[in-house]
Design a protein around this ligand. Structure first.
Ligand SMILES: *Cc1c(COP(=O)(O)O)cnc(C)c1O
Length: 436
């Protein structure tokens, strides 16, 4: 397509005149990879069509929520029915109770949950709750993990372990991040040192169990086990941010995956989003009753939301969860994701391109690196120019992956064997170019 016929270009120009960077969330702007973002017109199943009516196989799925693909009939029906009954009441509804029952029934570490509207809001509220419940201020997060854009979480590591973080965004005063300690992911020694120094002042440790915001990096089992042990020993809460992994890597989420290797493993608080809304603005945080009862109106930790537990969003989330808990849903989804990952590995190997990849359930990641990285600095050793070549090569061939090398990918139950085969064939062509 020549620039003069690409209808995404004038749309992007119009958008940039009115919306900063032309987008309502930065990664959509293609800043890292260059070029013009595709404006989506419509989507169905595993595909979407852009302003030019070009079809793409979608491996973003709204950054995770669309686990059933786009326009799943049962979900569309539930949303249409709910919309006819009313959009928002600011009063409780039965569907909020049903959604709470559904989520708690699948992830037993939660006895109570609170519904909110975004992952950012859920993560921010979980930290306030952890601080309120423990009466402590300090928190631990890990380099490369993203927990939404709340002020206290937009932090990178300071100059040394004993020092607290520096803000990664303008507009965040140093006082606001002075209680946030940033550690390296999968570094047990550093973790132990941090607890020895600050353990008695820590309200919580927050972690993505499989970090999808540095592409795809698993917390090692010994590391996760040590996080759990140290939190228990020092009376800090272990907060698993499962906004991405929740009901995406398996029906019991990432905590269920770790519980297979660590008997009895459970977090104190869980943060959810993405899949539980099925594409609508809905997120949640939950945990044991004794902690959750610190929230208003029972307890002293304030948290509220005009659209929280929105009746259309809860209908969408409920319909989605009811589909994914049908027998063998995750077996089939995992097998499809696995076949994509194996196909990509084989294609890269055939062309002699250094490549590593991993997946769990319907979430995957890959690196133009010979072995899987274990931490953010290792992820950063990727040659971004080569990644951008891969991204645009795939995009030109109708395959849409995340426009940044720090992002995970998502397979839905609507992705067919043909979609996977077409993706692997396209990737092989691009790997051939990369090998030159
Ligand atoms: C997406 C994401 C968030 C933020 O959720 P929003 O709904 O975008 O605010 C938080 N944590 C993790 C792990 C995420 O992937």
């Amino acid at each position: 397509m020549t620039p003069s016929t690409d209808l995404n270009i004038p749309l992007f120009e119009r958008a940039k005149a009115l919306i900063p960077g032309g987008v309502n969330s930065p990664v959509r702007a293609f800043k890292a990879v260059g070029g013009t973002p595709r404006f989506v017109k419509r989507a169905q199943g595993a595909h979407f069509w852009d302003a030019n009516d070009q079809r793409f196989i979608d491996y973003i799925g709204s950054w995770g929520p669309m686990i059933l693909g786009h326009g799943h009939p049962a979900v569309v029906e539930a949303v249409q029915k709910a919309a006819l009954e009313g959009f928002s009441f600011g009063a409780p509804t039965e569907r909020e109770v049903e959604l709470a029952e559904e989520i708690i029934g699948l992830v037993p570490s939660m006895e109570m949950i609170r519904l909110v509207s975004s992952g950012t809001e859920a993560g921010m509220s979980a930290i306030r709750l952890a601080r309120g419940a423990t009466g402590r201020s300090k928190i631990i997060k890990f380099n490369g993990c993203y927990h939404g854009h709340a002020d206290a979480l937009l932090v990178k590591a300071g100059s040394g372990l004993a020092t607290f973080g520096n803000a990664t965004s303008a507009g965040v005063p140093p006082e606001v991040v002075q209680h946030t300690l940033v550690l390296e992911y999968n570094d047990i020694t550093q973790l132990e040192e941090a607890f020895a120094l600050h353990g008695k002042d820590l309200a919580c440790l927050m972690i993505e169990p499989i970090a999808g915001n540095m592409n795809f990096v698993r917390a090692s089992v010994p590391f996760m086990q040590r996080c759990r042990e140290l939190c228990t020993q020092y009376g800090a809460l272990l907060v698993l941010d499962e906004v991405m992994t929740g009901f995406r890597v398996g029906l019991t989420s990432a905590q269920g995956v770790y519980a297979k290797s660590i008997p009895g493993f459970a977090p104190d608080l869980t943060v959810l989003g993405k899949v539980i809304g099925g594409g609508m603005p809905l997120a949640a945080f939950g945990g044991p009753r004794a902690i959750m009862e610190h929230l208003a109106p029972i307890g002293a930790v304030y948290q509220a939301g005009t659209l929280s537990g929105n009746p259309v969003a809860t209908a969408c989330g409920l319909a989605t969860l009811r589909e994914i808990r049908k027998p063998s849903f995750f077996e089939a989804l995992s097998a499809r994701t696995q076949s994509l990952v194996e196909g990509l590995k084989a294609a890269a190997a055939a062309e002699g391109v250094p490549f590593s990849a991993d997946c769990e359930g319907g979430m995957f990641g890959f690196f133009l690196l010979p072995t899987l990285p274990q931490s953010y600095p290792e992820v950063l050793t990727t040659d971004s120019a080569r990644f951008n070549q891969l991204f645009h090569g795939l995009l030109d061939r109708g395959i849409y992956i995340a426009p940044a090398l720090y992002e995970a990918g998502f397979v839905s139950s609507a992705h067919s064997e043909e979609d996977i085969a077409a993706t692997v064939a396209a990737a092989r062509e691009v790997f051939k170019l990369l090998a030159k």
